[in-house]
Design a protein around this ligand. Structure first.
Ligand SMILES: Cc1ncc(COP(=O)(O)O)c(C=O)c1O
Length: 372
């Protein structure tokens, strides 16, 4: 008889929202502005020319890739993310960000994982599957005040955050990470939205993280270059013991990451035409996001209390309209209750929207809702 081990994790409800919308759209012939999703939808990245350059008949594409990832891609990540301040051997390629986080949770021996009190739902589901305890923190000050109680625990930093899009001040963030690191607290940075907004050549954030022995970086190319379909991410850590065990877990959970996708991402990082395509995608995306965030601010739609001590910057925003009202105006969204256990979750007043869509469309739907 098949017996199932139940972790208590739940399938993504956001996928179900999409299915429901498709059905309403068909039955009632209505067009929706899709803001429930977590992907950049301002423009696609143009990769046609890059793909033509890839030799599909070569061994590099056709046989098993090296289990920790292509050396060329790890070297490119060292250059573009860490400004050559680490070693390619400290970088392992993963099957996107979820795989990176799952492997980190699997490999890390920690008492508890502490996550933001407005969090990406997948953290909790993955922690349940890995049988790890979790708790919450409100902001950076809260982490610093409670540093003694955090010993033997692991803190996740997601900045800009999902679901708020809130971005901490970099100096305060790095000072807090420094204090946590020195107190022996493990920090996982999971900030896949950051590199949409920061110039790759001048952004020294990842470089500065390499100073810290207790920091593990989880990253993804799903958002920064818009390639969620290619499933490429990476993990960086300088801790040899951790990386040796991670290497075994990575091998037996993936047997290597898709060689084509790795080649493509490498081109986006270091090939001249690739860099141009990535920059065009990022600049167009960031510009539309900024216009949409400004629209929300100008029309008093942002929930200010969730942005104290931070800046609304990311691809998601929390707004003071509920899912039903937005849906009546053909805008899809996700209820706040999917992302928090704060009391506000029960009030059905707020929703998360993705603001990474063309500004003219965004304005059109919201102007209608606001009778403008
Ligand atoms: C905060 C955060 N981390 C990581 C990811 C991982 O994305 P992927 O598995 O597509 O790389 C996501 C995706 O939505 C996310 O929101």
């Amino acid at each position: 008889m098949i017996k199932t081990k139940h972790s208590g994790a739940q399938f993504s409800d956001i996928v179900a929202i999409g299915e429901k919308l498709k059905s309403i759209s068909r039955k009632e012939n209505r067009e929706f502005l899709l803001l429930h999703r977590g992907v950049n939808a301002v423009v696609n990245i143009d990769i046609k020319d890059l793909v033509n350059d890839i030799d599909f008949n070569s061994e590099k594409i056709q046989i098993y890739p090296y289990s920790i990832g292509k050396f060329g891609l790890r070297k490119a990540i060292n250059k573009v993310y860490f400004h050559n301040s680490t070693n390619a051997d400290n970088i392992y390629i993963t099957n996107g960000g979820v795989n990176a986080l799952d492997l980190i949770f699997k490999t890390l021996d920690t008492d508890e994982v502490v996550i933001p009190n407005l969090y990406w739902g997948a953290y909790i589901n993955m922690l349940k599957i890995s049988n790890k305890k979790y708790s919450f923190y409100s902001d950076l000050q809260n982490l610093r005040y409670n540093i003694k109680q955090l010993k033997n625990k692991t803190v996740i930093i997601c900045d800009p955050n999902n679901p708020t899009g809130a971005k901490f001040d970099d100096d305060e963030l790095l000072n807090t990470i420094n204090e946590l690191n020195n107190a022996g607290v493990v920090v996982i940075t999971d900030s896949p939205y950051r590199r949409i907004f920061y110039d790759w050549q001048t952004d020294t954030f990842y470089k500065q993280l390499t100073d810290f022995e207790n920091v593990i970086v989880a990253e993804s190319f799903s958002k920064s270059v818009g390639l969620s379909g290619q499933r490429v991410g990476f993990i960086h850590s300088k801790n040899e013991e951790f990386m040796q065990e991670l290497r075994i877990n990575l091998l037996f959970s993936t047997n290597g990451i898709n060689a084509f996708a790795q080649t493509l991402v490498e081109k986006l990082l270091v090939d001249e035409r690739g860099i141009k395509a990535a920059n065009k995608f990022r600049h167009t995306t960031a510009k539309a996001i900024k216009s949409n965030v400004n629209y929300l601010i100008d029309n008093n739609l942002l929930i200010e209390k969730f942005y104290r001590g931070s800046k609304p910057m990311g691809i998601f925003m929390l707004i003071n309209k509920n899912v039903e009202e937005l849906l009546r105006h053909n805008i899809s969204s996700v209820p706040l209750s999917y992302f928090t256990q704060l009391p506000e979750a029960n009030e059905n007043k707020y929703a998360r929207i993705c603001v990474s869509v063309p500004h003219n469309q965004f304005k059109l739907y919201f102007d209608k809702m606001l009778n403008k």
